[in-house]
Write a protein that binds this ligand. Structure first.
Ligand SMILES: Nc1ncnc2c1ncn2[C@@H]1O[C@H](COP(=O)(O)OP(=O)(O)OP(=O)(O)O)[C@@H](O)[C@H]1O
Ligand SMILES: [Mg+2]
Length: 380
């Protein structure tokens, strides 16, 4: 293939903050990135130096943003969320259940939550339009709110966060109650239907602050047709899910009964279905890698075990290894992924530590990574 059309510079920095209305809308309305065209090595060598710079820049951005890839875990989560958010149309006085995504760090919780939120946002606006007719089209429809909690989130800071999301002026002033009433007004007028609360593990239900925040969520869910989607690490272990464990008051304990709990697991290769999922994931990545010397079988056949050992089945580690590996392959001119090249790429410490053990297990044949390995794969 010629290099023609592969080298248009697009300044496509997407440094939005989804915890604000402006950032959320920018993200939700953004068109998908387009994949840089594949160029074979002869055409790459013939490129003018500026064209080459532009092309390599586009590839680095592309490789850093592969996905979201729909894995069976993500599909199951979407199904639960769709069902719940769709069915949560109860009248004001009725209880509305919430969904919780409780999983280990780096397994794609935030990515999946944002992807679902984005799809939900688009569907609601397509169905009902961008304005809220009941308010004389005065209010904008804001179907989804996304909040990332921080340590020491209090009732007041939570309400300020909500006000800030809606872009209300003076979100940093006023009492917790006043901020709450302004936030509630926005939830009602903007017809917000889904509130995603990320990093819920920062809530400490053994403290009054934490319980107040949890009760406020419950009040919002009961007062408005809002589905809460809580995302965090070790929520059950922290007593955020099970009543009793938390030692919380009766009002908070009620919350536990209304939560459906979903999880995302690390990838594994010890079972047949685990290996099939791992292979599917790698095939998803193969399609997105843009390297001039990529060849059929480069990833799924030749790097499957290696990538598993390096990432210990964690999405975050795998994707940063692939992105950095591709960057290195471009920079060194190798234009291909190999064990040798990837060995020089360092990723997060947790994955690096687990790598030693997994490599040993794979070499000793203790993990049947290649039992179901197919003979063919799609072109890389
Ligand atoms: N479905 C996916 N497709 C492609 N890449 C993904 C996917 N999910 C996660 N990743 C990669 O893993 C990285 C970490 O994902 P994410 O931040 O969603 O994990 P998390 O579970 O929220 O982590 P934490 O517990 O640290 O908040 C992402 O930046 C992305 O590179
Ligand atoms: Mg996260």
């Amino acid at each position: 293939m010629s290099a023609e059309g592969a080298v248009t510079l697009v300044e496509d920095d997407r440094d939005w903050n989804p915890s604000t209305k402006a950032g959320w809308f920018a993200m939700a309305d953004a068109p998908p990135r387009s994949r840089p065209k594949s160029v074979r090595s002869e055409a790459l060598a013939a490129m003018a130096s500026r064209d080459r710079l532009v092309y390599d820049h586009a590839r680095a951005t592309w490789h850093a943003n592969i996905g979201p890839i729909r894995t069976p875990g993500v599909d199951a989560l979407f199904e639960t969320l769709e069902e719940l958010a769709g069915a949560n149309r109860q009248d004001g006085e009725k209880v509305k259940p919430a969904v919780v995504l409780d999983a280990l760090p780096g397994l794609g919780k935030t990515t999946a939550a944002l992807a679902f939120g984005q799809a939900f946002h688009r569907a609601q606006i397509e169905l009902y339009g961008p304005k809220v007719p009941a308010t004389g089209d005065h209010w904008q429809r804001i179907p989804v709110v996304y909040l990332g909690l921080t340590s020491n989130t209090t009732m007041r800071s939570l309400n300020a966060m909500l006000c800030r999301f809606y872009g209300l002026p003076g979100a940093d002033r006023g009492t917790a109650d006043w901020l709450a009433s302004r936030a509630a007004e926005c939830v009602a007028n903007c017809k917000t239907r889904l509130v995603i609360v990320d990093d819920v593990h920062f809530l400490d239900v053994n403290r009054r602050d934490g319980r107040e925040v949890a009760n406020h969520f419950k009040w919002l869910a009961n007062t408005f047709p809002v589905t809460f989607f809580f995302v965090g690490v070790g929520l059950r272990a922290r007593g955020l899910l099970d009543e009793g464990l938390s030692g919380a008051d009766a009002a908070f304990s009620q919350t536990a009964r209304r939560w459906s709990v979903a999880s995302l697991d690390p990838f594994e290769i010890a079972t047949k279905s685990g290996r099939a999922t791992w292979r599917q994931l790698l095939l998803g990545i193969v399609r997105e890698v843009v390297l001039a010397n990529a060849y059929r079988g480069m990833i799924v056949r030749d790097l499957s075990d290696y990538l598993f050992a390096r990432s210990s089945g964690h999405f975050a580690s795998l994707m940063s290894l692939v992105a950095r590996g591709c960057y290195r392959a471009v920079k060194t001119g190798a234009e291909v992924l190999s064990v040798e090249l990837l060995d020089a790429v360092r990723i997060d410490q947790a994955a690096e530590s687990a790598r030693v053990h997994l490599h040993a297990a794979l070499s000793a044949g203790l993990l049947p990574a290649d039992t179901d390995r197919p003979r063919q794969e799609g072109a890389a």
